[in-house]
Ligand binder design. Structure first.
Ligand SMILES: *[C@@H]1O[C@H](CO)[C@@H](O)[C@H](O)[C@H]1NC(C)=O
Ligand SMILES: *[C@@H]1O[C@H](CO)[C@@H](O)[C@H](O)[C@H]1NC(C)=O
Ligand SMILES: *[C@@H]1O[C@H](CO)[C@@H](O)[C@H](O)[C@H]1NC(C)=O
Length: 799
């Protein structure tokens, strides 16, 4: 009784201490033998939670060490309901307090609630005597007041439901004496009240009843059979009132636990003592045997401290006449470290978000060691260098807590090993492997494989052709790592960028939407965005430069002399010109670039092949030797201008030269040239042509004016004079700079001439006077060239 009270106090203390930690405790008291389906209590209500929240947090009952699933949760209401019959006697035997414990686990946040079911006894067992009948052989000489022991009845119930009283059937000789024994049991004795007389009665039969305190009470009975003998007799007597023994739980079969001894004063057969268990539990019967002759108690089964730490039995010593006495044997089983700790995983987060801060609780484990004291004290730890540790929680519970930042992209799974060791000697240990997986968070933006991309495409490409491919990687999981490409809205030359290129959202392939013209657009940039599919999505941008390659699709264009047929242009060559004098210059441009615009000049036909040469790249026409009197006054040259493209394109022009010092000769020029060109035309036609030419002169000037105004080149002025840049670009088509990117500046007039850096062209202001001094000569200076433009000459001629 005292022990039970202590246990209750301890239990109450445990409840109090648990409540101080983060677990709540629920305690219900129910009678044993409740019908399955009966409601014990509503757990969400008692925890102060809504039913919805309760189940959202994955509430479940963990049975742990207790293999029996006596109750469960009703998934609709959260009621705790009985699942199967609870028999207090089977579960707890003679224990005063019978408590079933289990844990209720809630997740997010992980929480553990202990639930205790206190099973109350009901009077479902009757008192039972060890045997159906008791045989007593009593001498007729026995005195009044002689006492005869009878084994007490046993009731499996506890407390008030156990045997409360005995009653003896009326028999005329014996009365009943019930006394509390020193060890707390009852001592039942029959007291001889009236002497026996063998002559009158040889046998007596009567019943003894045991009645428990239940409501209604239950009764058990035993038949007492008394045989009356002639002789005198003594009952055997134990040499100790009770025996105590202790043995380790791993004791071998056949180990002697104790030996009891009773002596009988009688001689012979009457003094032979036989030992018997007068009260022993079924369990103990399987573990211990009693030698009826020697009184030795031996181990015959396996002991287990954890299930039965202690046995109590009563041993009867009987002599030949059935006279007996009894004694009690108490066996203490001592603990041996024979149970390794067992690790139970109570709750585990199926996937830990990788952004969970260090210190996040990801699981709960419970460690149990069925041994006692040191043998049952367990130390627990996580081995290896996974970023998790165990934090002790309630008694044998530990939280698994993260200790560092997780990164799914580095480690997506952890197998952690939990080791538990008890403190016994030698210690026992066990381990458990727990798999933890890390859940993805969209924490990585897509990253382009290159910092920037360049796409090269030849002009006149087909619409729809592929320019290049951009590619970005995103290490996140599934849609968080799925990359979608798109163009960022912008303008190129005032038009939306989407009218130039398009990007395939899935593959990152960039296509041209139109055909490009290098002469209009040499390069442009677009921004491509790579976005993942997370929410919110992450993105990065990259710039793609589209560089258009020139194709030789433009022929050289001759600016001077003006195209054939549109006007007459005649150069004056002084008669005194020496060999090497600059006479004129063919000026041509090419809208292409580089080699495609690198022009070369050739004289393909001339009146006097030895007289004039042309600079291969400068286009400068010079005399090859001194002019002599014998040279023809009229000299015609056909000049071809070619670019250096593959294949190359060319243009030709005619140049008319007049060897003369006097502008007065000019009126004849036209005829001369005409005659030369069309020698078979009559003078009428010549006159008519002159008239027509004169008529349209102004008109041609206007056309020329309009034409060159349209050109974006303001530097080429044709209304009377030409001003050519004093420092034009070097010959080696240096429009591609060292970095390989095209200059953004648009040089339409890139190459007028090449190879003559020293030439400076100067504008002759007096020229507009339409008169030249009679002594005008061309100065032979390499840096100064004077051009006389035939347009003006013609104007003068017309006047
Ligand atoms: C964890 O263990 C499982 C099963 O044993 C195995 O398939 C998995 O590859 C292991 N993971 C790691 C990260 O070791
Ligand atoms: C993507 O990331 C979000 C948070 O950024 C997360 O909630 C989601 O579960 C992730 N998706 C996958 C498929 O892992
Ligand atoms: C990419 O450009 C878009 C549009 O300018 C902008 O909204 C976005 O923030 C940029 N993303 C990054 C990563 O710079």
């Amino acid at each position: 009784m005292k022990k039970d009270q202590k246990y209750l106090i301890f239990f109450t203390y445990m409840i109090a201490s648990f409540t101080n930690v983060d677990a709540a405790d629920l305690s219900y008291t129910i009678p044993e033998e409740m019908r399955p389906g009966s409601i014990v209590g509503n757990i969400p209500k008692d925890l102060g939670l809504g039913v919805g929240e309760f189940f959202k947090r994955k509430a479940r009952i963990d049975i742990g060490e207790n293999d029996h699933h006596f109750c469960d949760l009703d998934l609709k209401t959260g009621n705790c309901i009985i699942k199967k019959r609870i028999d207090r006697e089977e579960l707890c035997g003679e224990k005063m307090s019978c408590v079933l414990r289990f844990e209720l686990v809630l997740e997010s946040p992980l929480e553990l609630n202990r639930i205790s079911l206190l099973i109350q006894d009901i009077n479902d067992n009757s008192p039972i005597f060890p045997k159906d009948s008791v045989n007593l052989e009593i001498s007729e000489s026995a005195d009044r007041g002689a006492r005869y022991r009878v084994n007490a009845a046993h009731d499996a119930d506890i407390g008030h439901n156990t045997v409360q009283q005995y009653s003896l059937q009326k028999n005329g000789h014996f009365v009943l004496s019930v006394q509390d024994d020193t060890d707390g049991s009852k001592k039942i004795e029959l007291i001889l009240d009236k002497e026996l007389d063998r002559e009158k009665e040889q046998d007596l039969n009567f019943a003894l009843f045991a009645i428990d305190g239940g409501n209604p009470p239950k009764t058990g009975s035993v038949t007492i059979k008394v045989t009356v003998l002639d002789a005198n007799d003594n009952a055997p007597v134990f040499n100790q009132t009770f025996y105590k023994a202790s043995l380790p739980e791993n004791a071998q079969i056949d180990t002697v636990v104790a030996a009891v001894k009773a002596t009988d004063a009688d001689e012979g057969v009457n003094g032979e003592v036989i030992y018997e268990f007068s009260r022993i539990t079924e369990k103990a019967k399987k573990v211990f045997s009693l030698n009826s002759k020697t009184g030795e108690i031996r181990v015959i089964g396996t002991l287990d401290f954890e299930t039965d730490p202690k046995y109590e039995m009563r041993i009867e010593a009987k002599d030949g006449y059935g006279l007996s006495s009894d004694s009690k044997l108490m066996i203490d089983v001592t603990d041996v470290n024979d149970n390794a700790p067992i690790i139970y995983l109570k709750s585990i987060m199926t996937a830990i978000p990788e952004n969970a801060p260090p210190g996040t609780e990801v699981g709960i484990i419970n460690v149990q060691d069925r041994d006692s004291d040191k043998n049952g004290q367990v130390r627990c730890s996580i081995q290896g260098n996974a970023p998790f540790k165990l934090v002790p929680s309630i008694k044998n519970y530990y939280s698994v807590v993260s200790t560092g930042q997780l990164d799914r992209e580095l480690v997506s799974d952890y197998n952690i090993s939990i080791f538990a060791t008890d403190e016994g000697s030698p210690p026992l240990s066990s381990s458990k492997s727990v798999h933890l997986s890390v859940a993805d968070i969209n924490d990585n933006p897509p990253v382009f494989e290159e910092q920037s991309y360049s796409a090269y495409v030849s002009e006149n490409n087909q619409a729809g052709s592929t320019l290049c491919r951009v590619s970005a990687r995103d290490p996140d999981w599934r849609q968080n790592g799925t990359v979608i490409y798109s163009l960022l809205a912008a303008e190129v030359n005032g038009a939306p960028v989407s009218s130039y290129v398009s990007v395939n959202g899935d593959t990152g392939l960039i296509h041209a939407v139109r055909s490009f013209d290098y002469e209009q657009l040499r390069s442009f940039q677009v921004q491509v965005m790579a976005r993942d599919n997370g929410s919110p999505p992450l993105s990065s941008n990259v710039s793609v430069s589209v560089l258009i390659w020139d194709v030789n699709d433009n022929s050289p264009q001759i600016l001077y002399p003006a195209p054939e047929g549109s006007s007459f242009m005649t150069e004056l060559v002084p008669k005194a010109a020496h060999g090497g004098s600059l006479v004129s210059k063919v000026i041509a441009v090419d809208a292409d670039s580089g080699q495609n615009a690198w022009l070369s000049y050739h004289i393909v036909k001339s009146t006097d092949p030895g007289l004039f040469t042309i600079g291969l790249h400068s286009g400068e026409i010079r005399t090859q030797r001194d002019i002599s009197q014998s040279d023809s006054m009229k000299q015609n040259l056909i000049v071809a201008v070619k670019d250096n493209g593959q294949p190359s394109l060319s243009a030709t022009c005619a140049m008319y030269l007049l060897i003369s010092d006097n502008l007065a000769e000019v009126p004849e020029l036209k005829e001369i040239s005409y005659e030369e060109k069309n020698s078979k035309l009559t003078s009428y036609l010549i006159i008519a042509l002159v008239c027509v030419s004169t008529f349209f002169l102004t008109f041609i000037i206007i056309i020329l004016g309009v034409r060159f105004c349209r050109r974006r080149k303001p530097r080429l002025l044709f209304d009377g004079a030409v001003a050519i840049p004093s420092g034009y670009l070097p010959p080696n088509y240096a429009d591609v700079d060292g970095t390989g990117t095209l200059r953004s500046a648009y040089n339409y007039d890139a190459y007028l001439t090449t190879g003559s850096r020293t030439s400076d062209f100067k504008f002759v202001s007096s020229y507009n006077d339409n008169t030249l001094p009679a002594d005008q000569t061309l100065r032979k200076k390499s840096t100064d060239h004077i051009f006389v433009f035939p347009k003006n000459l013609k104007q003068k001629t017309a006047k």
